[in-house]
Each structure stands twice: as structure tokens, then as C-alpha cells.
Ligand binder design. Structure first.
Ligand code: SF4
Length: 397
């Protein structure tokens, strides 16, 4: 397949503002109000000013303070001197022949993570990363071959969605139909291992006076971090997807090693208790179809037995190969036979059409080149960078 657009050179730099500036994206309203006070606004007006700023940043997508006309000239000048409304940089943007877009986003410390926009006919989902790399090493997942580098901050999580909106020209936030209608926390990383940052970011994204994506249009996917699931449902009320992929503990221990800590019975019990799950809001069980591994008719029957008392739907995902994997995708016959058994038991079980395969943007294919450096390696790199900076300034002076 052809890749419609691909660039190797960075397209934009992260934030492009000097480090001492205060980044505003990712702060909540109280934090914005505190900044207003810190730059000299009277305390009594700080909440209103924060609300106005919020509207410019998250409803209009404005980054330039001079455009924020409701704030008044002197305040705009103070904001421009001390603060910034940034975005992650874009190291690479690829557009698949099917319209899927993938961005390799670069953050201020040059770590990178991927985000994907998957358009449908009249809507679309943005798949967002929560970590650089992942600790969980699921065997079928390309990200799982990359060690965890670090958690992403609220600024970086919200920033991924704002870049997608910039790219699709979807500012100001439309009140009706929108192409970037849904968010899936299914990119790189396990969101429940970075819950506080993910929760803060999603609260910003859900706020009705800004980006305004409703919780019903947000799905958080977990490999099964059981102790965090109830809190996720109670505090955020978003939809839940569970990466199940196997119906026996011995097999799931291998495919999703987190299963050794939270086996299938415990995981399904937490699903039964997930706040807000009901027949109108079912839990999605992701099941990647691996040839000869988890795709037998016996597996399908066991799956229906396991899910019998849970408001569930099943997403069957044809395995998307990546360089170095030993797994193969199940045959079409095996996938449809499996789907039929699950369907006949009363579950919705769509076979997910692979999207963005030509640019490795499909499920389980995301990976960045970021690596975790030891303190000594980091020190050596910053010494190199200082040296390079000195050499560059010497060359230009
Ligand atoms: S499937 Fe999710 S949790 Fe598992 S390794 Fe990949 S990114 Fe991590």
C-alpha cells in the first residue's frame, strides 16, 4: 500500500517557547486562576479571567494571547511575557491511504509517543497515548517491546488531542457534528498506571466550556489493573475497554503478563462492579485474533460463558503484524467462525476493520524510538548538548 504523506524531518518543535515560561495547557481552572493572581490580577476577578482564558484556549484553540480580546490589553501583555499555550512538537506525520493519520509527537525533553486519528464517515476517534513506552510487555503488542520511559503529563495528554484538532482544522469546538468526535485512551502505555495525569487531562477534555467531548464518547482501555478500575468509573465515568485476548489464565499469563497479578476471575469481577456499566453502556472486551493461539471454537464458547453475566460487547481485532513478531493473524474463516459463536450467544462481536496498517498505526502497532536512559547516560547527553550549544554559539559569534 502507498503511504500518502510521510516526513522524516520534524514538522514542528515542541511548544517553541523558552523554558521559564509557564505552560498553561494541562492546568485546571483553579491553577489558571492562581496564575492570574500571580501576574497581578485582583483575586476577585481571577476566576472570571481564568474562565475567559479557558474558553480561548480550549474552545477556540487560540495560542496567541493577542487574539484573546476579552482579556484586556495589559493582561494579554502580561500573559505573553510569562506564559505560553503550547503543543507537543510533531516529529513525523503520516497519512494512510484509508485516511488514518498518525503523529509521532515530541515533548520538551525530546521523548516521543504516537497518537492516531481514525476517521469514519461522519465522525472519528483519536487514539491517545498515556505513557512513553509501557511496563506491561503484552506479547502481541509492538509498544510492549519498548520499556517504559516515563508517564505523560496532563499537558502532554491534552496536547495530543489539541494537535489532532489543529491538524483537522476543528476549532472552535463545534457544537454539533464533529469529525474528532471520540477519544480512545488506547495508544502507548497503560492509562491506569498513570491515572492521576490521565484523569486530570480527561477532565479538561470533558469540560463543557472547552473541548467538550462527553464522557460517553471517551473510552479508556486497560490491560486489567484491577485495583484502579472502580476509581476510574466512579471519578471519570468514561467507558471501559478491557484487553482480554485469552480465556484461560495459562494463556493470558503469557499474552498479557499482568494476568499473573490480576487473573481473569478477578478482572471479570472488577468488570461486573464497574460503575456505570449497564446494557446501554457495555464494557468492551478487546480480543486480538492470533492464529492457532486463541482462536478456536472452544475459546469462543468459553468466552461467552465468562461474559455471560456482564454487560459486554466484544471487539475482535485481526492481529496487525509488526517487525519481529512471531504471531500471525487468524484466518478469515477462523475469525468469522469465532464471531458467529459469540454473536449467537447474544453479544455484539464486530470484527474490527484494520485501519492504518500501511503506516503501522493499527491496534498494537504503535512504538516510538524513545529509550530510558540511566542517570549517567542522561548526564553525558546533556554535557554533549552543552558542548554542541557552545560550539554553535562560537560558530555564530
Ligand atoms: S497492549 Fe497496552 S498495556 Fe499491553 S504492552 Fe501494549 S500498550 Fe502496554
Amino acid at each position: 500500500m502507498m503511504i500518502a504523506n510521510m516526513t522524516a524531518e520534524p514538522i514542528t518543535e515542541p511548544s517553541d517557547v523558552p523554558a521559564p515560561m509557564q505552560e498553561l495547557v494541562g492546568l485546571d481552572r483553579d491553577e489558571l486562576a492562581a496564575i492570574m493572581v500571580a501576574i497581578g490580577e485582583p483575586e476577585g476577578r481571577s476566576t472570571l479571567r481564568a474562565k475567559q482564558l479557558w474558553h480561548w484556549m480550549y474552545h477556540h484553540g487560540a495560542r496567541d494571547f493577542s487574539l484573546m480580546t476579552s482579556l484586556g490589553g495589559p493582561l494579554r501583555e502580561k500573559l505573553a511575557e510569562t506564559c505560553a499555550v503550547g503543543r507537543p512538537g510533531i516529529s513525523r506525520e503520516q497519512i494512510s491511504t484509508d485516511g488514518t493519520r498518525k503523529w509521532l509527537m515530541r515533548f520538551d525533553d525530546n521523548q516521543e509517543a504516537e497518537s492516531v486519528y481514525i476517521p469514519e464517515d461522519d465522525r472519528g476517534a483519536v487514539c491517545i497515548s498515556s505513557q512513553v513506552g509501557c511496563t506491561l510487555s503484552c506479547k502481541f503488542c509492538h509498544t510492549g517491546t519498548q520499556r517504559l520511559v516515563r508517564n505523560l503529563t496532563p499537558t502532554e495528554i491534552v496536547g495530543q488531542f489539541m494537535v489532532a484538532r489543529d491538524s483537522c482544522g476543528e476549532w472552535p469546538s463545534p457544537s454539533g457534528e464533529r469529525m474528532l468526535s471520540n477519544i480512545v485512551m488506547m495508544g502507548m502505555g497503560e492509562p491506569l498506571y498513570n491515572f492521576d495525569n490521565v484523569a486530570k487531562a480527561l477532565r479538561i477534555i470533558m469540560d463543557q466550556e472547552g473541548i467538550a467531548i462527553s464522557r460517553r464518547r471517551i473510552t479508556l482501555s486497560t490491560a486489567g489493573v484491577v485495583p484502579m478500575m472502580e476509581r476510574c468509573g466512579a471519578e471519570l465515568g468514561v467507558s471501559l475497554a478491557v484487553s482480554l485476548h485469552a480465556v484461560r489464565d495459562d494463556l493470558r499469563d503469557m499474552l498479557v503478563p499482568l494476568n499473573r497479578k490480576y487473573p481473569i476471575a478477578e478482572l471479570l469481577d472488577a468488570c461486573r462492579k464497574y460503575p456505570g456499566a449497564n446494557n446501554a453502556r457495555r464494557i468492551t472486551f478487546e480480543y486480538v485474533m492470533l492464529k492457532g493461539v486463541n482462536d478456536s471454537t472452544a475459546d469462543a464458547h468459553e468466552l461467552t460463558r465468562l461474559l455471560a453475566d456482564i454487560p459486554a460487547k466484544v471487539n475482535l481485532i485481526p492481529f496487525n503484524a509488526w517487525p519481529g513478531t512471531d504471531f500471525e493473524c487468524s484466518s478469515n474463516n477462523a475469525i468469522y467462525r469465532f464471531a458467529e459463536i459469540v454473536n449467537n450467544a447474544g453479544f455484539s462481536a464486530p470484527v474490527r476493520a484494520p485501519r492504518g496498517r500501511d503506516i503501522l498505526a493499527a491496534c498494537g502497532q504503535l512504538k516510538s524510538a524513545s529509550i530510558k536512559l540511566s542517570r549517567r547516560e542522561r548526564d553525558a547527553r546533556s554535557a554533549d548538548a552543552d558542548g554542541a550549544g557552545l560550539a554553535a554559539s562560537a560558530a555564530t559569534s
